[in-house]
Design a protein around this ligand. Sequence first.
Ligand code: NAD
Length: 298
Amino acid sequence: MSDIGFIGLGIMGRPMAANLQAAGHKLFLYDIGPVPQNLLDGGAVKCASGKDVASKAEIVILMVPDTPHVEAALFAANGVAEGLSKGKIVVDMSSISPIATKEFAAKINKLGCDYLDAPVSGGEVGAKEASLTIMVGGPDAAFEKVKPLFDKMGKNVTLVGGTGDGQTTKVANQIIVALTIEAVGEALLFASKAGADPARVRKALMGGFASSRILELHGQRMVDRKFDPGFRIELHQKDLNLALQGAKSLQISLPNTATCQELFNSCAAHGGSKWDHSAMVKALELLADHEIGSGKKA
Ligand code: NAD
């Protein structure tokens, strides 16, 4: 059983670390905020810094919000890089920039260590149920060493390609998720304004070609008006920013990704940065002057 370092114990990191602990791994933990008591009660060790974690663990996992947080966790004073020794593996499971990922990996490789980018999809529910989809970039040999850990946290684990390809796959995932939320929002808004019961419309559509996990879960949120996160709008804005910046450097157009980002921006302007991303529908409702299920008729 390898000793595992886990840095970033928020909505996702906490249950992912708990699943590794349940599988019998000794955990060394660090967060700039509080470290969850249930993990310490289960025998995990609280560390003073990322350096401390990396000096004690063989594999160091990161699950922090964004690119600057990964950079700070790895390379700031008392960061992971200072505690690493040859042969250790850094696994970044946060969703961050594919370009920065290549720079971070090169610096870690210079220390004689491997680097995998391994962002996830499946949300808090998937993290708790150990059913995450994990999209990995990096060398085959390092992937094979870490695969047993991925299998404790997820169900659909794929080595997509070289360094950065996991993050690129995650950006692609976030484009599909944003555009599907927008489509579900428009459809339920249309149905509601036309006088149909949006809950029944959602149910009817679940059996057909338009069914999706997003219609199922986020369609339900839109009907129930439940927008507590979940996945915060500010995090999805970060992901679409990566998509749009990438599109600019690749010289391609992603018109509907740009529209979805504008709808998220509108939510943020109305105080919604921390709402669940399904609340994108609120921006559409403002444009339509109609709230789903409010009974206002055309
Ligand atoms: P979160 O904000 O709940 O947790 C992040 C944790 O990282 C916090 O506890 C914070 O204190 C800690 N942290 C920040 N900077 C740090 C540093 N330098 N050193 C140590 N700890 C630090 O975020 P989350 O929802 O758990 O998301 C984490 C990552 O997973 C993000 O990249 C997000 O895009 C991705 N993700 C989230 C979801 C979701 O549904 N929440 C789903 C898939 C992927």
